[in-house]
Design a protein around this ligand. Structure first.
Ligand SMILES: *Cc1c(COP(=O)(O)O)cnc(C)c1O
Length: 428
């Protein structure tokens, strides 16, 4: 691409050929307004746009870039891998290497299948859960996101624990009604669904720490309660750790909270910035997948050598001592700075954080589920977002998303960010 085109022109041109000018809706800034900067490069904690601006980046490609942009070790390995060929459609040792790393990090996973996205991972894990149990219904939680497959693009009706209704045109109501919707952090809402459909529920799928309604932590007892209920009713517990896997600790949420799920879905970090997803669990269950068993699932580019390479290098970086401590300290400093800024500006925001995930909610209510998250003032968030962007801080362009801190963020980055937050709060 030659010449100096600016984001506005690039966005106009993109909109002629791509719906909304993007390939994933949040990038179009509908939630905050304005024109998204077109990115030309990333390095460490920084992104650079087509207008010559530099940003401290807190989305990190929405999670995968926990080592920062263009980490030299990842890039070097990718160059070598690319020179050997980018795809074979035949097995490589790289897949076994990454699979071993995943199984070692999460002992609930004895076998794993790599796919190309988190969407594919959850969709396929639920197919397996249905095949394994011989049941059709699943439970998800309001505000939980598990990718865009039909059965998961479903929201709750009014009321506490309900049959799902399509959350998008094009989702057949027949699919949606196999999805039951419960309330996050409300074990009673789950129990009620089990009482109503005791023999019909194949799986409960959950983000063990919710990060797609903003960051919402599980209250004590909630995850153990789910484990108990699912065992009682012969239902599989599926942890969607596409965000939390290797993010809130090397062993994911299951390691941190000491809960063993039946199936786990992964993505994002395990691809180190290349397209990837994975699902896994006990050998006896994964043995039902083709070619070992009758449950069909395949992928032309699954286990792609470049994606495997970026994943392996990223997990190697995360296996080094002290890395999760560093992430904790940086993000804790950010959290403290934000809270101090809010206090001095008399702003009533809520800050939810775990490890290197954080959300500022523009509400005075404690955020514990989708209903409380949804009380956030989205226009205030939009104003805050644009002040941050103007100050060279790339915050997530939607209220219900997480901030991702990486190993590349320095104490100076955090300090500069806190100062920008302080100025933004004061001017709102
Ligand atoms: C991002 C995400 C997905 C979907 O992954 P894609 O790679 O975007 O398809 C699924 N579950 C969770 C929890 C996610 O955050």
């Amino acid at each position: 691409m030659g010449g100096m085109q600016h984001s506005t022109e690039l966005f106009e041109e993109a909109q002629k050929y791509l719906p909304g000018g993007v390939d994933s809706p949040v990038r179009a800034y509908k939630a905050v307004g304005g024109t998204p900067p077109f990115i030309v490069a990333g390095q460490g904690s920084r992104m650079f746009d087509a207008d010559g601006n530099e940003y401290i980046d807190y989305i990190g490609s929405w999670g995968p870039l926990i080592a920062g942009h263009a980490h030299p070790q990842v890039v070097k390995a990718l160059k070598t891998a690319a020179e050997r060929g980018t795809s074979f459609g035949a097995p490589t040792e790289l897949e076994t290497t990454l699979a071993k790393m995943v199984c070692k990090a999460m002992p609930s996973i004895e076998m794993v299948r790599f796919v190309n996205s988190g969407t594919e991972a959850t969709m396929s894990a639920l197919r397996l859960a249905r095949a394994y149990t011989g049941r059709n219904k699943i439970i998800k939680f309001a505000g939980g996101y598990h990718g865009h497959s039909d059965g998961l693009l479903v929201k709750g009706g009014s009321g506490l624990a309900t049959l799902g209704i399509p959350d998008s045109p094009g989702v057949p109501p027949g699919y949606a009604k196999e999805t039951l919707v419960a309330r996050y952090n409300d074990i009673n809402s789950v129990e009620r669904l089990f009482e109503r459909y005791p023999d019909d529920i194949a799986a409960v799928i959950i983000e063990p720490v919710a990060a797609n309604m903003g960051v919402v932590l599980p209250t004590p007892g909630f995850l153990p309660g789910l484990r108990r209920l699912t065992r009682e009713y012969g239902t599989l517990l599926v942890f969607d750790e596409v965000i939390t896997g290797f993010r809130i600790g090397y062993g994911g949420a299951q390691g941190l909270y000491g809960i063993t799920p039946d199936l786990t879905c992964l993505g994002k970090i395990i691809g180190g910035g290349l397209p990837v997803g994975a699902y896994g669990g006990r050998r006896e269950m994964m043995g039902m997948m083709a070619p070992l068993g009758p449950v069909y699932q395949a992928g032309t580019l699954s286990g792609n050598p470049l994606a495997m390479t970026a994943g392996i290098e990223t997990l190697k970086l995360l296996s080094q001592p002290g890395v999760y401590n560093q992430l904790e300290q940086r993000t804790e400093a950010l959290e403290k700075g934000i809270k101090a800024a809010a206090e001095s500006a008399k702003s009533t925001v809520q800050v939810n954080r775990i490890a290197s995930l954080l959300t500022i909610f523009f509400t005075d209510r404690r955020v514990t589920d989708w209903d409380s998250s949804a009380t956030s003032d989205r226009s205030q968030y939009a104003a805050f977002f644009h002040k941050m962007l103007g100050a060279g801080i790339y915050w997530p362009p939607a209220q219900f998303e997480a901030v991702f801190v990486s190993l590349a963020h320095t104490p100076e980055d955090i300090q500069q960010t806190v100062e920008a937050v302080d100025r933004a709060f004061r001017s709102l």
